[in-house]
Design a protein around this ligand. Sequence first.
Ligand SMILES: [Zn+2]
Length: 495
Amino acid sequence: MKAPSMRGAPLSLFNSMGRQLGPFTPLSPGKVGLYSCGPTVYNYAHLGNLRAYVFTDTLRRVLRFKGYDVTHVMNITDVGHLTSDADEGEDKMEKAASAQKKSVWDIARHFTDAFLADMDALNILPPHQQPKATDHIDGMIAFNQRLTDNGHTYELADGLYFDTHTVPDYGKLAMLDVDGMQAGARVAVTEGKRHPTDFCLWRKSPTDSTRLMEWDSPWGVGAPGWHLECSQMSIEYLGAPFDIHTGGIDHRQVHHVNEIAQNMGYLGDGAPGAGTWMHNEFLVVGADKMSKSAGGFLRLLTLTEKGFHPLVYRYFCLQASYRKPLEFNWDAIAAAHNGLKRLYLRIEELLAQHGGAEISAKGDWQPRCDGPLKPRIEALDGAVSDDLNTPKVMANLNQLLADNSLSTDDALYLVALHDRVLGLNLLTTTAADLQPQRTSGPLSAEQVAVLIAERLTARKDKDFARSDAIRDELNAAGVVIKDGPEGTTWEWQVG
Ligand SMILES: [Zn+2]
């Protein structure tokens, strides 16, 4: 049999199942099925959420770089996710709808669109399939029916439950001490629940009221449990087993544990559904993870309103390993802005020297891996193959940009290759693009230009009081001016 069409060094990934770094081998040679838990569209995504999608996108780009044909599926949760990760409490969608006096469908549409706009701004490749939970209710009912036929469920007054003692090693992913768990430690115990870890597969609507979103089922009118959709949609779109399942590290404790239990019950072969489970760490602010429930949270828009380009956030994420908590603060974002700007400026120099000629072999790296560029290409391949070591990829990139022995064509070819993984649009975005475009504020760009010309005149006339006053006025309006040998330049202050 032909070996998998993997290229370069063996790809090593950290599998949360067993918590170990190991060689990745796809189920079918040359192909990878990748499933990522998507957003619950009851609010805007915050920067912590977006870190998970930058991570997944990096994984997908690395798999592509290694020569795999990737099929990427990401769901949109537009129903049935309650306010705790254990899927208890109020329905997030319905709560948002009543708070905003809109229909749940309008809420879902609005926040899905906002989410997709953020993905696009961060240069995240769109998933090949983006199924919505509400389009898969029939599939979820059939899934539950099979779980029931296989003896994994029981029905209570408020819904259909999964009996977590019917599958082997429940909680293995989370390393849960199931026997030591106390019922009701965190939430009220549901009457009749057999074990504290059992969870809802179908939530019946209350008899005295209706839900905004509800469907008929063999277990009464109601809505699916949150964990169900990811099991059903991953298997529907990727088949079972599939290669890699990703999500934020909070999913490692409950959501993915329950997906695995469902998959085992459904498939009946003791397999957890996916071979590799990967989780990114949190974005932290002080000592806390960023979360929606904490109230005021930071969005991508918060950054752009302060004058930062969305790709600055992507660059900021790539500076750290996805498996390490990343601390958010404005100084770090400003440093990322400056780092990315320096990168663009250096590449612009190279492009100017290159004079607009086509950059050779942008996509593929193997043909040139036998030539003089071999050590550089191997260093890049080595870094990405080491569990997506993006900090190392960036360090390699900075090194090669400082290497004057490389020809311009070779340097730009290597930049293109590094960008296949980084996704920073290194050859098309410019330092000028990073400068904030302000449409509101105390001064327009034209007014700034007029003031700068006036200041120049004042300086020529040695009217330093006037010149200083103009400088103060500009500074107060968030304009940074620099006097250099070639005249005065200015830019909007960021942060
Ligand atoms: Zn999920």
